[in-house]
Design a protein. Sequence first.
Length: 228
Amino acid sequence: MKIEDIRVFVTNPGRNFVTVKVVTDEGVYGLGDATVNGREMAVATYLEEHVKPCLIGRDAHCIEDIWQYLYMGVYWRRGPITMAAIAAIDMALWDIKGKVAGLPVYQLLGGKCRTGVKLYAHANGETIEDTLDKAEQCIEQGFKAVRLQCAIPGLKETYGVLGDKKDYFELQGNRPLPPEQEWSTSKYFKLVPELFEQAKARFGDQAEFLHDTHSRLTPIESAKLGRC
C-alpha cells in the first residue's frame, strides 16, 4: 500500500487548524492534526514543501520507519513546527492501519487500560464572581476539574478571557500576527491567589481547580505563584 497523495487543509472554519489527509493507492486514507495556533501557515508549508515530496510512493504501513526518516533525516530536528508535522503524518498513518486491520487504533496499541478519563472544563470570566459562577455551572454538569481564568483589573485583555471574541483567530483580527497585549506581573499576582481562595471557600472539595499562565511567568515567578 503506497502513499499516493498528501493533502493539507487549513480551516477553523476560518484559519487556525491544520488537518492532514494521507491518501493511498488503494483508496484508504488517514487523517492527522498538525495545528500550531498562530503559526498554522508555517506548519502547513512545512508539510506541503518538505514532507509531502519525501513520502509519495512510500509504504504507508511502515509507520516507524517513516517517523524515523522524517525526524532523523533533517539537519534541524525538533521544534514545534517540525514535530507537529511529523505527528500529523504519524496519526494519519495509524488511522490507515486501523482501517485496514478493521480495529480501532487503541486496540493495535495494546487495548484499553482504563474505563474513563478525567476532563476539565474552562471557566472564563471578567470578574472573580463571574468566573466562579461559570465554574459552578461546570461542576453542576459533572466536571471534576475546572480551569479558572479571570480578567485582570487594569489590563485591557487577559489570556483565556476573550470577551466578545469567538476564538483565537478572531482575536488576531484575521491577521497572521498574534495580538500584542499589555502585561503586569504584579497585578496578576494580586488577582490569582484571591481567585483560588474564593474558589476553595465557595466549592470546597467539589472539584479540582487549574489555571494556565501560558508562558507569561519566568521560572522563579512560577515558583513564587505556586507558593501563594
